[in-house]
Structures are given as C-alpha cells and as structure tokens.
Write a protein that binds this ligand. Structure first.
Ligand code: LLP
Length: 421
C-alpha cells in the first residue's frame, strides 16, 4: 500500500498535490512518500517479529538518496552496500557502521580498506581470490575482517534473466558444492574472521518457493560448517521480495507471508539472521512525475510523448518492465496508447498498446512504483540532466536533489588545448 491517492480528482502524495510539485520543480521529477517508507519498514519488520534481533540492511542500490537513507536510518535500518560510494552515503545518512554489510563481486583493495577503517559488520565474499585479498588488506591494517561467503545455491529465482543471481552460471557467489573447501581455505587466512553464510538469488521474486529452496540449502550448509568446526554466527538471506507493478496481475507474496516462511525454515538455526531488502521498502514509495509534451497519431495507436525518457527511468527499456502510468488529473475517459520519451531510439518506450487515461499536451502523468531502481539508474544520455528528487512528509515537501543546470553538464567536459576552439 502507498500514499499516492486521488483527492477531488487529482493525485496527491500524502497531503501534497503532485501538480504543485511539478509547477515548482519542473518535470520530470521523482517524488517519494515518507509515510510509505515508514509503512513498508514497519510491515517488513512485523513479518520478522518472531526473530531475535534480525539485522535489516536496506539495499542502498535501490535508492541511495541521502534523505531516503536518513529516513530509513531513523527507523533503525542498516545498509547493504556494494561500493565505497554507497558505504560513504550510508554513513553520511546516519547508518551506523555496525549495521552495514558490504556485498558485490568486485570489491577493490581500496574499498576494502575504507570499509575496514569504518568498522562494518560484515563483508559478503564472493570468491576465494577476494578472500585472499581482503585478508591481506586487513592484516596490513592490523585488523581481522568479519566475513561471510555468499553461496550460489543454483536455484532459479523465476524472475527476469537480467536480475537473476542464484543460478550456477551467474557471476555471483561461490559454488554450493565446493563451499566447505572454500570455508576451510578461508579459515587459514589470518586476516579473516569467518562468521557467516549469505545468499541472494535475484530481485522482483513473485514466488516464495525458490527463496525457500535457497534458504533450506543455507540451513544444510550451516550445519555442515559447524560440524566442520566453523563458528557460523550469522546468516544473510539477501533481498529479492517482489512488489506489485501491474494491478491486473496477482499480488506477490506479502512481507507477512515471506516472514512466516523465513521463520519456519530457519527455526533453530543458531545464528543472527540478516536481510537485504531494497525494492519492497522503496518501490511503491516513489513515482516519476512527467508532463506530456505532445500527442501524435501513430499507425495503430496515438503516441503520448512525455518529457521523461529512458535516461530517467531505465527499467522499461532494460527489462521490459511494466510501470503503471496514471494521469494526475484523469478526465475519466480511457484509450489505448503508446507512451514514449523524447530520446532518439525506439527503446525509449515506456508502454505499447496500453489501456490508460486519455491525456493531452501539458497534462501530468505519474509512473508508479518508481521508488526503487529509478533515479539511481538515471543517466545523462542525449545530454539530459539527472532527474531531481522530492521527499514528501504529510503536508511538507522538499527538494532532496536538485536538477543540475545544463551548464554543469557542458562544463564537465575538458577540452585539451591542442584541440582548441
Ligand atoms: N542484496 C543483493 C546482494 C543484491 O544484489 C540486491 C539487488 C539486493 C540485496 C536487493 O534486492 P531487492 O530486494 O531490491 O530485490 N535494477 C534492477 C534490480 C537489480 C537488483 C540487483 N540486486 C531492477 O530495476 O529491477
């Protein structure tokens, strides 16, 4: 559930009309709802309430805006980071280092040094060479790094191929069947303190069965590792729970269903459980607000050309993702239309043959469920500046990232003097 509702025929977020934000900030602009963030954190936590002191580490990649992170920090969340940049953002937003876990296949020695210096809770290692490098870096600093291995359980998450991570052919984790050997080798590395097991099989999962299969494998491995003398104290079950995008599709499992499954499968595990939810916390807490530039006739259906493009919201062109597109002030009439952006490639298409509100030039539309993997994946293709962001709370709202001036885009290029001009 979110806090984007129609009041007197116009969509507002909490108590703020979206057209007021569009008029003041311009479009396109991302708009986030604090009440929705709070609600989602509450619901996720409630689903896990039977667990003893779980660590819920928000996957920063889903939405790294400082104001969003600070809101989540205030609610007590930790952070799952995948770069030095995300680590520094999480700390700057007030997330304590002892609630931060560092994931990712390509951590550099420099990033390892930074995270060791900050004193993070856990590194999730993805390969033996990475373990060796981290051990060396830690020893050079006179430290021991707290680590888990991310295992690759060879489970098909049943989601889009580009966001599946738990099949043996994917780049993530160490092979499940060789895990014991990898853990034994890590024990001999003096710079590591081997404390846990981690798994993450993919994103936007709409079925709990693959998650349950992966978690069951983690449970079996924990037992085997403890029998082999490894002092396993943590299990990181990753993120991945899907959110509703298309109201005509069945709802994905709720955080309560997910929590019940987790509690059942992990009962009796002698570890602290950790979670890395991203999308389920922020997805429905954000919308991308855009204005219709013009409508042109197409051979089969009208093209609604909006001022947002694939550089602002990449998900439809990258994963054929479906986002609900709603008129901010619907006229009460519907039609079948194509919704496209101004970027010069056919992939800059948000929806084809979509049954939607009739809109005209100048009208505002909202791309729903854009709070996760929206602004953070934006770029400047076609020399379009990065999309600004706004955070709403009740009747208050604030720009939490400005739209950069076009001059800044141009000034960023350096023309060497031999080119001249
Ligand atoms: N933990 C790890 C190690 C991850 O790689 C991810 C997401 C998460 C947690 C959070 O997963 P979530 O709860 O958000 O599903 N850009 C794509 C999604 C990429 C997900 C990458 N990893 C999209 O827009 O659908």
């Amino acid at each position: 559930m979110d806090h984007f509702d129609y009041v007197n025929g116009a969509m507002q977020v909490e108590q703020v009309p979206l057209d007021a934000i569009a008029d003041a900030v311009g479009t396109p602009v991302y708009v986030y709802s604090t009440a929705t963030l709070e609600r989602h954190v509450g619901v996720f936590r409630e689903g896990l309430s039977a667990l003893d002191n779980p660590l819920i580490a928000f996957a920063v990649k889903a939405n790294p805006n400082g104001a969003v992170l600070a809101t989540l920090a205030k609610l007590g969340l930790g952070a799952d980071v995948v770069s030095g940049g995300e680590l520094l953002r999480a700390i700057a937003a007030g997330i304590p280092a002892d609630r931060i876990v560092f994931s990712g296949v390509g951590k550099t020695a420099e990033e390892m040094r930074l995270a060791l210096d900050k004193g993070i809770y856990q590194f999730n290692l993805e390969s033996e060479p990475e373990a060796e490098m981290l051990s060396q870096v830690a020893l050079s600093m006179g430290k021991r790094a707290p680590v888990a291995y991310r295992i690759n359980p060879d489970v098909d998450a049943g989601t889009h191929a580009k966001i599946s991570t738990g099949k043996s052919e994917n780049k993530f984790g160490i092979p499940y069947d060789r895990a014991l050997e990898s853990y034994d080798a890590a024990r001999d590395l003096a710079g590591l303190d081997v404390q846990g097991v981690a798994v993450h099989i993919g994103s936007q999962l709409t079925d709990l069965a693959p998650l349950e299969a992966a978690f069951t494998k983690v449970g079996v491995l924990i037992e085997a590792l403890r029998a082999a003398g490894h002092d396993i104290r943590t299990a990181d079950l990753g993120g991945g729970l899907g959110v509703p995008y298309d109201p005509s599709q069945p709802l994905p499992p709720s955080p309560a269903d997910y929590g019940a499954m987790v509690c059942r499968v992990t009962q009796g595990w002698p570890v602290r459980l950790m979670f890395e939810p991203g999308r389920v916390i922020v997805g429905n807490a954000g919308a991308l607000l855009s204005r219709v530039v013009r409508v042109k006739q197409g051979a089969q259906a009208p093209f609604v050309i909006v001022d947002a493009a694939m550089n602002d919201l990449m998900r439809p062109s990258l994963y054929d993702a479906w986002h609900d597109i709603r008129a901010v002030k619907p006229a009460g009439v519907r039609e079948t239309a194509n919704v496209v952006g101004p970027v010069c490639e056919t992939g800059d298409t948000f929806a084809m043959h979509r049954d939607m509100d009739v809109v005209q030039a100048g009208d505002l539309v909202a791309f729903m469920t854009a709070g996760a993997y929206g602004a953070t994946m934006a770029g400047t293709y076609n020399s379009r500046p990065l999309t600004p962001e706004v955070l709403v709370s009740g009747d208050k709202w604030a720009v939490v990232r400005e739209r950069p001036p076009l001059e800044a885009l141009i000034a960023a290029d350096i023309i060497p003097d031999w080119v001249g001009n």
